[in-house]
Design a protein around this ligand. Sequence first.
Ligand code: FEO
Length: 172
Amino acid sequence: MLSEKMLKALNQQINAELYSSYLYLSMSAYFQSTNLGGFAKWMRVQTQEELTHAMKIYDYVNERGNRVVLKQVEEPPSEWSSPLAAFEDTYRHEQKVTGMINKLVNLAVEEGDHASSIFLQWFVSEQVEEEASADEIVQKLKLVGDDGGAIFMIDRELAQRRFTPPAAKTSG
Ligand code: FEO
């Protein structure tokens, strides 16, 4: 069984991951509306990834013999001024999520909950990837500025992204 504090924190993290999923779906819809199908595809895959993050915690809470309690998911923004603005938001959001994961790890250590500590290590590594992939796109978009042709090339590149379920990933 999880401690009450750990259970509450993990239930909150499920909510945060579901919000992330919702946020990226909103970004996908925004990109779709601006005819940037590749950017929209990238965000759609990100939506799926976030859902698997939520479900990973959901399954863990159940496995520990505790009860998942779902709360209201906050409404995400729906408009961005440019692809760069959306990806800067993505990067900032991932930094925030990293902070949340780190707090969860601290709590697990404080409580001597080794199982949760080990479980959360996957998320620690995942956040390094999450921040890096968002930042890479931010940097590219900064480099090309308003060059429509270059944005079109990035759009084509981002269209290649495919969803890989976490279990099939070599890293975890
Ligand atoms: Fe679930 Fe993007 O962190």
